[in-house]
Design a protein around this ligand. Structure first.
Ligand SMILES: Cc1cc2nc3c(=O)[nH]c(=O)nc-3n(C[C@H](O)[C@H](O)[C@H](O)COP(=O)(O)OP(=O)(O)OC[C@H]3O[C@@H](n4cnc5c(N)ncnc54)[C@H](O)[C@@H]3O)c2cc1C
Length: 426
C-alpha cells in the first residue's frame, strides 16, 4: 500500500487555499525519471520544483503533519533568488517580500550608525536580481503551492523515508507512513531532511551537528510598536561584544523581524525563558533596541548548530542537500540560499546526464568548494561581528572609512553566483 497523498488535515496550520484537492490518483511513472525526496523544507520543495522543471516525476515525503507557520523571517539574496526566478517564482516572491534599501550597521551599545551597505536598486543593478526579506511561512507556502499545482510532484505529510537499498536499476526506498511501511522505486533519493537528518548519520555515516554555544532569539514586532528610528525600508545590523542582531521589515512592513544572537552554555537555555531574561542579555545595548522588548512581541530561542564541513554530498544514487548536508552558522544569511543553490545544481546535473552516479558526482564536485567557502565566510563574519574592546573600535573605523559600494562588492562572489556556472567564480 502506498502512503496517502497529502491531504491537509484539520490539525494542520495551512491556510484553506493551500488544501489539496483529491490527489489520490497515482500518476504513471518511469523508474528512470522518478526521484524521491525526504523532507519538505526549503531544500526539498525547491529541489522538487527544479527536478520537475527538468522533466522528472517527484515524490516528497515530509515527517511533519503540516507546515508550522514559524514566526520568523528569512533573507533571500540574489544568488538564491536567481534559482527561484528560474523556476518561475520571481514575481510572486517579490510580491510577498520587502526589498530593503540597505543594511544599516550600528554599534550595539550606542545605536550609532557605523555605515550603510547599499541594497535595493544597487543590488539589482549589480547582480541583476533583488535582495529580499520575507516571512518564512510566505516562502514555504509559495513553494508548497507551486509543488501542489505541478502535475509532476506529489507531497506526502506524516511520511518519511526510513531506509534505502541501492540496486542495479536505481534505488528502493522504505517509506513509513501512518505506521505502514512501503517500498518506493526510484532513480535517486534526495535527503533534504534538515539539521537533524536521521539518515545522514545512520546511512551516510556523517557526523551529528554540533551545538555552537549560541542561541538565536527571534521575534516579530508589530511595526506600530517599533521605535521611529527603526521604521523604514532598511535592514539593521547591530554589532555587540560577543553578540549581534539583525532586523528587517516583513509582510508589507507590518512587522519587524528581529534575530539576536548571544552566547549560551547549552541548548536547553533556548527554551522556557522569560522575555525579561532575554531582554537582560541586551541591557547594555542602545535604547531603541531595548525598546523592542517593551512591545507585545513574543521571543523564542533557537539553538545554533553547525555540521562539520561536508566532504561528500552523495553516495551511489543518494544525494544530500540543504541543512542535512551542511548546517552552517547564520552569520552570512546563506543557509537557505545554499539549500536553494543545491536544488538548482542537482536538478541540472540529473537533467543533463542519464547516468545517476555520474550526475551526482558532478553535483558534488560543483557544490563542495562553494559551500565550504560560504561556511568559512559565516565563521569569519562571526569573528568580525562579535569583536569587543579595541578590536571592535578598529573594526568600526575600517567599516566607516570603506566606501559602501566596496562593502557590497565584497559579496560579489556570493550574490553573483548563477546556477549555470555550477560553481563559484574563483
Ligand atoms: C537564526 C537563523 C536565521 C537564518 N536566516 C537565514 C537567512 O536570512 N537566509 C538564509 O538563506 N538562511 C538563513 N538561515 C538558515 C536557514 O534557515 C536554513 O539553512 C534552511 O531553513 C534549511 O532548509 P532545509 O530545507 O535544508 O532544512 P529545514 O528547513 O530544516 O527542512 C527540513 C524538513 O525536513 C523535515 N524532516 C525532518 N526529518 C525528517 C524525516 N526523518 N523524514 C522526512 N522529513 C523530515 C522537517 O520537518 C522539515 O520540514 C537562518 C538560520 C537561523 C538559525
Amino acid at each position: 500500500m502506498r502512503p496517502n497523498p497529502l491531504a491537509v488535515s484539520s490539525g494542520t496550520r495551512l491556510p484553506e487555499a493551500l488544501s489539496f484537492s483529491d490527489s489520490s490518483v497515482r500518476r504513471d511513472r518511469n523508474l528512470h525519471s522518478h526521484i524521491v525526496i525526504n523532507g519538505a523544507g526549503i531544500a526539498g520543495l525547491t529541489a522538487a520544483l527544479c527536478l520537475a522543471r527538468a522533466r522528472f516525476s517527484v515524490e516528497v515525503h515530509e515527517k511533519a503533519e503540516g507546515f508550522d507557520a514559524l514566526g520568523a523571517g528569512i533573507q533571500i539574496s540574489p544568488n538564491a533568488y536567481s534559482v527561484l526566478d528560474r523556476i518561475g517564482l520571481g514575481r510572486e516572491l517579490r510580491e510577498c517580500a520587502s526589498n530593503p534599501d540597505g543594511i544599516i550597521i550600528h554599534s550595539a551599545r550606542t545605536g550609532k550608525t557605523i555605515t550603510t551597505i547599499p541594497l535595493g536598486l544597487d543590488a539589482i543593478k549589480r547582480y541583476g536580481f533583488p535582495y529580499l526579506a520575507l516571512h518564512r511561512a510566505d516562502l514555504q507556502q509559495l513553494l508548497f503551492r507551486s509543488c501542489n499545482e505541478n502535475d509532476n510532484i506529489q507531497l506526502f505529510f506524516s511520511s518519511q523515508v526510513v531506509d534505502f537499498e541501492p540496486h542495479r536499476n536505481g534505488i528502493t526506498g522504505q517509506v513509513s507512513s501512518n505506521s505502514t511501511l512501503t517500498e518506493q522505486q526510484a532513480k535517486a533519493i534526495i535527503l533534504a531532511d534538515g539539521v537533524h537528518s536521521a539518515l545522514r548519520t545512520k546511512r551516510l555515516g556523517l557526523a551529528e551537528p554540533v551545538f555552537q554555544k549560541k542561541i538565536a532569539w527571534r521575534a516579530l514586532v508589530p511595526m506600530s510598536e517599533v521605535p521611529e528610528e527603526l521604521k523604514g525600508n532598511n535592514t539593521h545590523l547591530w554589532l555587540g561584544n560577543k553578540a549581534h542582531a539583525v532586523a528587517y521589515p516583513v509582510r508589507n512592513a507590518d512587522w519587524l523581524n528581529v534575530v539576536a544572537i548571544t552566547p549560551a552554555e547549552n541548548s536547553d537555555m533556548a527554551y522556557n525563558v522569560s522575555k525579561q531574561a532575554i531582554a537582560n542579555r541586551f541591557r547594555k545595548w542602545n535604547a531603541a533596541f531595548q525598546a523592542l522588548f517593551d512591545t507585545r512581541a513574543g521571543w523564542t530561542g533557537w539553538p545554533i548548530n553547525e555540521t562539520p564541513k561536508p566532504t561528500m554530498l552523495h553516495t551511489g544514487p543518494v544525494a544530500i542537500i540543504g541543512d542535512a548536508a551542511h548546517t552552517m552558522l547564520p552569520f552570512a544569511a546563506q543557509g537557505a540560499a545554499m539549500a536553494i543553490e543545491d536544488a538548482g545544481v542537482l536538478a541540472d546535473c540529473l537533467g543533463h546526464t542519464a547516468d545517476t552516479e555520474t550526475a551526482l558526482q558532478r553535483f558534488e564536485h560543483a557544490r563542495l568548494n562553494r559551500v565550504a567557502r560560504v561556511i568559512d565566510l559565516a565563521r569569519q563574519n562571526e569573528r568580525i561581528y562579535h569583536l569587543g574592546g579595541m578590536a571592535a573600535l578598529a573594526r568600526n573605523l575600517v567599516m566607516k572609512h570603506t566606501p559602501p559600494e566596496k562593502l557590497l562588492k565584497r559579496q560579489d562572489w556570493v550574490y553573483g553566483w548563477r546556477v549555470d556556472q555550477g560553481n563559484d567564480r574563483r
